[in-house]
Design a protein around this ligand. Structure first.
Ligand SMILES: Nc1nc2c(ncn2[C@@H]2O[C@H](COP(=O)(O)OP(=O)(O)OP(=O)(O)O)[C@@H](O)[C@H]2O)c(=O)[nH]1
Ligand SMILES: [Mg+2]
Length: 430
């Protein structure tokens, strides 16, 4: 999968210059590979125009070559396309696996049992597939292989009843229910899953989806989500399908996020989903890691660290000190460059936005305010819930803060004094 992107990135890296033609060729190859993996056309075209625009119009950050800059843009865009890194709860929990026929539910039940057993949890699996005759034996075998406890009743007809009995019988930290599939999400399956949910009260409801359904993973995820409410998706058969990338992108752009991927038929073939790994693999560049390290170093101003970093506390304080408008204009007159060089969302800092940001920051811990880099998906969700906003709002705030921080750092390096700059930025509300 994605061999063309790999080759194209290599070719691009070995070129003398990263001109328009080179970027165009790279974009075309990326498009082709993504389409081949059955990624939604609209998403592909959005990604392509973003890359073109940023790669050719944006100024190259100091210390990077244009080639490096373009590769970083490609990397960022692909990562964005592939969604968020999964954060997996490794403690005691109840997991319900659902999905259509042959998706890989039973196999995944075994893989998860193995995964949690290795996290020192006592694991049990319950055979709630009373639909397919051999389901009982299959799960029993899987449980034995994974060294997990097992509950099932061979002639059982009522899956919810089996789950109820299983919960009484098993004394386990992590309990996994393997449910039956159907050809489609019909009323029968819907009802069955509702009844199981009622007695089991799962903490996690994962939809198991095979990679080979490509972009229809999105529709399926949304249907199951509205029927049973999903915690996330597990995409199986990533090893044996050319459409895996399409399935991942589809899920990442749906209501639910990808938590695990299945990469083979045996127990250890389960990975916690991490788009960074995936993109590094896609771009296949051994140098990519060192490029990313280099960028991180450039982003961090050693002086700023010595003086005490520009934290969210600083950001909040400065933001809240703004009163009235017109400060932007005043600020612009004092800057050695024009307004259109500013990151776009920095120029539209409105009163309402400032208030909204303050409310969001009130739901952050001191630790998070001091080190916003720790705010990943699950923290974003918590903060959004606490402040009555959306995780996207929290992300926007963090992006905004990062831009402000970059500016502070950049100006530090320049001729201006940090004090002056801080004063100016505070007037501006940054
Ligand atoms: N290559 C590969 N095969 C897989 C993976 N996960 C499951 N399979 C295979 O897919 C087939 C179906 O897997 P099951 O776990 O039985 O699927 P299921 O969803 O429980 O199926 P039903 O119970 O019939 O609905 C089996 O042959 C598995 O070995 C995977 O990640 N990679
Ligand atoms: Mg099964």
């Amino acid at each position: 999968m994605f061999d063309r992107i790999k080759e194209s990135v290599q070719k691009f890296s070995s070129r003398g210059v990263a001109d328009k033609e080179a970027v165009e060729e790279l974009v075309k190859d990326i498009q082709r590979d993504l389409m081949r993996a059955d990624v939604d056309v609209e998403l592909v075209s959005e990604l392509s125009s973003d890359i073109r625009e940023e790669a050719l119009k944006e100024e190259v950050p100091q210390g990077l070559s244009r080639k490096e800059h373009v590769l970083k843009i490609v990397y960022d865009r692909l990562e964005k396309l592939l969604g968020e890194e999964a954060e997996i709860d490794e403690g005691p929990q109840k997991i319900l696996l659902c999905g259509l026929y042959g998706a890989g539910k039973t196999t995944t039940a075994g893989k998860l049992a193995d995964f949690y057993r290795k996290k020192e949890q006592k694991v049990g699996v319950i055979a709630a597939d009373t639909d397919r005759p051999a389901a009982f034996e299959q799960l029993q075998q899987v449980a034995e292989d994974a060294n997990a406890e097992f509950y099932g009743r061979k002639e059982a007809e009522d899956p919810a009843k089996v789950v109820e009995e299983g919960m009484e019988e098993l004394d386990t930290d992590v309990t996994i229910v393997d449910s039956a599939g159907r050809n489609s999400l019909n009323d029968e399956l819907r009802e069955e899953l509702e009844e199981i949910t009622d007695v089991f009260q799962p903490d996690k409801k994962y939809l198991v989806i095979p990679a080979d359904i490509g972009q229809s993973a999105r529709e399926q995820t949304e249907m199951f989500d509205s029927a049973v409410g999903l915690t996330g998706v597990i995409v199986t058969k990533m090893d044996s399908s050319a459409k895996g990338g399409g399935a991942l992108v589809a899920c990442a752009n749906s209501e639910a996020s990808v938590k695990f991927i299945g990469t083979g038929e045996t127990l250890p073939d389960l990975e916690v989903y991490d788009p960074v790994d995936f993109v590094s693999d896609m771009m296949g560049q051994p140098d990519l890691e060192s490029l990313l390290e280099k960028i991180q170093e450039l982003d961090t101003d050693p002086e700023a660290i010595l003086e005490g970093d520009f934290t969210l506390h600083d950001f909040k304080e400065q933001m809240e000190s703004v009163t009235g408008s017109g400060l932007m204009e005043e600020m612009m007159q004092q800057l050695p460059f024009s307004k259109d060089k500013l990151p776009s969302n920095m120029a539209d800092m409105t009163e309402g936005k400032i208030q909204n940001y303050s409310i969001i920051m009130d739901s952050m811990t001191d630790e998070e305010m001091k080190d916003p880099s720790m705010i990943k998906a699950s923290r974003r969700e918590r903060i959004a819930a606490g402040s009555g906003t959306q995780p996207g709002d929290v992300k926007e705030l963090i992006d905004h803060y990062r831009q402000a921080k970059n500016m502070v750092d950049k100006f530090d390096k320049g001729s201006m004094q940090r004090g002056n700059m801080k004063q100016m930025m505070s007037k501006m509300g940054l």
